[in-house]
Design a protein. Sequence first.
Length: 112
Amino acid sequence: MGWLRRGAARLGRRTRVARENLAVDDTIVRHLTDFIATHRGVEAFVEPQTAVTQTTMLLVAWDGEWTRRKVPSPAWAHAFAEHMHLPHYDAAVVGYPQRMRDYNSRRLRGGN
């Protein structure tokens, strides 16, 4: 079946491996690094791809403030977190931290 992969590459079609290695938009990387630089106690949660969403990376600060961005793959997200020296988890395994839910509740009540 190797000829199918080579044939797809020759025709300019992306293979699964090629899709996972796509470069991330600089604005996404800049947003993630800015969030890390401006918040304390940041942890990364990698959210798996679903039928309706791409793989995403959720960053949660010590106070529960959070940000989420699409990433090319779970491997990319974990490698990015390692590079930034962040603890990183699979959200499907460990869930979301309570401080994030508390932060969302405070925002809904208007208490920032």
